[in-house]
Design a protein around this ligand. Structure first.
Ligand SMILES: NC(=O)c1ccc[n+]([C@@H]2O[C@H](COP(=O)([O-])OP(=O)(O)OC[C@H]3O[C@@H](n4cnc5c(N)ncnc54)[C@H](OP(=O)(O)O)[C@@H]3O)[C@@H](O)[C@H]2O)c1
Length: 330
């Protein structure tokens, strides 16, 4: 698969990576462990060399699972994980301290079964985060060889610039798709200016852009689609024009709506590397296959114009996802 480079120091990754969260967290029932491992290894056979997990997925178990799955080819991939700014079970209350972050890093290394993390993100940047201090600690980890590059998830442009000034960032991981384009105005241009990679999470808008989910789809357990508003019945209906557009392009390009969505973001900037979540072999083949769907200049410009004319209904917010606890308790 084509390679892309994240950050000035150059983490070389496949143009599309694999989001591993769903194998433990966030999308309802999970496959048996052996099947999850088989699927993650299948992605590698198909050219994927970029895997994404986090200590909070599970919590903890997704790192263990991902570490086990990638063990046979650990050195050939870029393994990304994230530390939460908030204490997780068993962690020090003062998480965002030098000792708290080092403890989290050492624990992630142990769970992943590795002695270095290629890309280590701060999972959220709270308003009171001592960001310059965190950036300094990341510089120490990089010099010690424990981390190769570091990043932030969902930062503002100002936070990107402040952090990068202390220890250059390799990548920003934030929500980005045809349904969530808020970072086009500031964070993505800042990444371009500063030479930072941009890794879209939920690049298929939690699957919506595959066109395979409808008003009557049902979601169970910890599936975020129970609470994020783009999956509210009335919004699924109201967003139909976007799916119609994707189907039109998919037919013309002999591709699928998911592939058009991914190909669109790859075409936008060469430092963008999406990490779709996928737990079925045919979806892995489909999504990774998006690298072979290329949009001409005219097709891309027409798609951009058409997208600009379509209103998007609903979104995905941390506040809505936090409600899952309440929904599940009921
Ligand atoms: N930094 C953060 O705060 C943050 C937040 C969310 C996610 N992430 C990371 O980003 C990764 C991707 O996010 P995401 O999982 O929300 O991405 P996504 O790819 O937009 O959504 C995943 C959902 O879409 C479905 N799907 C994917 N491809 C499909 C296809 N071709 N046809 C039909 N359905 C398809 C998946 O189904 P199945 O899985 O059932 O096959 C899953 O339910 C996560 O795994 C995680 O590593 C980070």
């Amino acid at each position: 698969m084509q390679a892309r480079i994240l950050g000035k120091n150059g983490l070389a990754v496949s143009a599309i990576g694999m989001g591993c969260m769903g194998f433990s967290h966030g999308y309802g029932a999970v496959p048996p462990e052996a099947e999850s491992i088989r699927l993650m290894r299948r992605a590698f056979e198909l050219g994927c060399t970029f895997y994404d997990t986090a200590e909070v997925y599970g919590p903890y178990v997704n790192e263990e699972l991902t570490g086990k799955a990638v063990a046979p080819f650990r050195k050939e991939i870029v393994l990304a994980t994230k530390f939460s700014p908030f204490p997780l079970p068993g962690q020090d209350a003062d998480k965002l301290s030098r000792a708290g972050v080092r403890y989290a890093l050492e624990d992630s290394l142990r769970r992943l079964g590795t002695d270095y993390i290629d890309l280590y993100y701060l999972h959220r940047v709270p308003g009171d985060c001592p960001l310059e201090d965190v950036a300094g600690w990341m510089g120490e980890f990089i010099r010690e060889g424990l981390v190769r590059g570091w990043g932030l998830s969902q930062p503002s442009e100002d936070q990107v610039r402040r952090a990068h000034a202390v220890t250059p960032l390799a990548a920003i991981q934030s929500e980005y798709s045809m349904m969530e384009r808020m970072f086009e105005k500031d964070v993505i241009p800042a990444c371009e200016e500063l030479g930072i990679g941009f890794v879209p999470f939920s690049p298929l808008a939690s699957g919506f852009l595959s066109g395979k989910y409808g008003q009557d789809s049902r979601y169970e357990g910890d599936d975020v689609r129970r609470v994020i508003t783009r999956f509210a019945k009335e919004n699924v209906k109201a967003n139909q024009p976007l799916l119609d557009l994707l189907h039109e392009y998919a037919e013309a390009k002999k591709a699928t709506p998911a592939q058009i969505s991914l190909s669109w973001m790859l075409r936008k900037k060469d430092f963008i590397v999406p990490i779709p979540g996928m737990r079925k072999e045919e979806r892995i083949v489909e999504n990774l296959g998006a690298v072979d769907v290329s949009l001409s200049d005219d097709e891309f410009a027409a798609l951009e114009r058409a997208l600009g004319a379509i209103a998007i209904h609903g979104n995905r917010t941390d506040e809505d996802i936090a409600r899952l606890g309440t929904v599940r308790a009921r």
